[in-house]
Design a binder for this molecule. Structure first.
Ligand SMILES: Cc1ncc(COP(=O)(O)O)c(C=O)c1O
Length: 383
């Protein structure tokens, strides 16, 4: 019987590659570089932690299960899982179709692949299927990539439709699932070939570690991902794996609380005269609100609010006492940042405008604090 995601998350040690000792709730951290080949006689032989490690394998088995995939590699950062995706699926002169609203680090990495390997990057708005189809029809696209919700624009992409479109043109389809996470949405079940994510965010949940993972839909793709992970040394160290396992069992309750708090604050901001627009997929004012509710079980606590000016946005950030000015999201502490200055500094002004990000746009990542304290802090900061 396939279990619900939260049931699997609450029993991580069961995903260990060999029996846990005395039913321990946590599998040991195999902090070792090498394994003695002479001392092993099981089906699975470990030789070197870069290629395989039992502690990492436990997390990879869990992610494979909850994302409904065929195999997974845990990587040392979230962006390393994006790099590993490109190393696995692209070659020199490849073409890739990417949603224009993507994480700034992904955008920067695409520039690297363009400059070094002559990869042609086609950016498009994935709400416009005709434009996408035109690009797929006229170019040999190897890979289609998007986030949903997108970061920072918080657009919701119809993943089932994009998967069908990509496959009609023999392209692979990958989804960066960092925002929604597998507790809310499982892209492989909707037709994607890969689901990848930064575990730095909601999944580890406590801001204590930087890491990522990529799950492949088939054994063949998974074998390829493992090959390139070993070749390029992309794998995650066992100590970081352990830190992630500490946060995972509470993912569902945290996501619910992030969602609840963020909706209250987004609605409060919507009513303030110094805010011109609030973009949160959980609000009815969001253009893809209906799809967001259908595609995700919980809506992440990340949203954007446009202040009337950059000066006011900066004043708010300067004066706030609870919200840190920090990149990243999904931690217990609430954070704010101006995407144009921090997470998306690699975008030009025009590129930001094209995805709906203004100078005075502030991205909020709402944490687990008392929501009244969070609102009082906003009130005093803008005075
Ligand atoms: C959507 C998305 N993907 C990937 C990453 C990269 O993850 P990491 O910071 O863990 O390398 C981020 C980081 O913010 C992100 O927002």
């Amino acid at each position: 019987m396939k279990k619900h995601v939260e049931t699997s998350l609450s029993h991580i040690a069961k995903f260990a590659p060999f029996a846990e000792q005395a039913g321990a709730s946590h599998f040991p951290i195999y902090n070792t570089g090498t394994f003695d080949l002479k001392k092993q006689d099981g089906d699975k032989i470990y030789d070197y932690t870069r290629s395989d490690n039992p502690t990492r394998e436990m997390l990879e088995n869990l992610f494979t299960e909850v994302e409904s995939g065929a195999g997974c590699v845990c990587t040392h950062t979230g962006i390393a899982s994006v790099a590993l995706l490109f190393e696995t699926t692209l070659k020199a002169n490849s073409h890739i179709l990417v949603e224009a609203d993507c994480y700034g680090g992904t955008f920067r990495l695409l520039k690297v692949f363009k400059e070094k390997y002559n990869v042609t990057v086609h950016f498009a708005n994935f709400l416009e299927f005709d434009t996408m189809e035109e690009i797929l029809k006229n170019n040999p696209i190897d890979l289609v990539l998007c986030e949903s919700p997108t970061n920072p624009g918080l657009k919701i992409i119809d993943l089932k439709k994009v998967a069908n479109l990509a496959h009609n043109y023999n392209a692979l389809f990958a989804v960066d699932n960092s925002l929604a996470t597998f507790i809310s949405q499982r892209p492989i079940e909707l037709g994607a070939d890969f689901s990848l994510f930064s575990t730095t965010k909601y999944i580890s949940g406590h801001g204590a570690v930087v890491a990522g993972a990529i799950v492949a839909a088939t054994k063949e793709l998974s074998d390829e991902v493992h090959y390139y992970a070993n070749a390029g040394g992309r794998s995650q160290n066992p100590m970081d794996v352990y830190l992630i396992t500490l946060g995972i069992p509470t993912l569902k309750v945290r996501m619910k609380e992030h969602e609840k708090n963020s909706i209250i604050i987004a609605k409060f901001l919507e009513e303030q005269e110094y805010i011109t627009k609030v973009t949160h997929p959980a609000l009815e004012s969001h253009p893809q609100h209906k799809l967001a509710k259908e595609q995700m079980d919980y809506i992440p606590g990340l949203f954007c609010a446009d202040f009337t000016s950059l000066e006011l946005a900066e004043k708010f950030i300067e004066n706030t006492k609870i919200y840190g000015e920090k990149c990243s999201f999904g931690s217990p502490d609430s954070r704010v940042e101006i995407p144009a200055k921090i997470s998306h500094a690699s975008f030009s002004k025009e590129e930001l405008e094209a995805i709906g990000i203004a100078e005075g746009t502030v991205r909020f990542s709402i944490g687990l604090e008392n929501v009244e304290d969070l609102i009082e802090d906003i009130k005093q900061a803008v005075k």
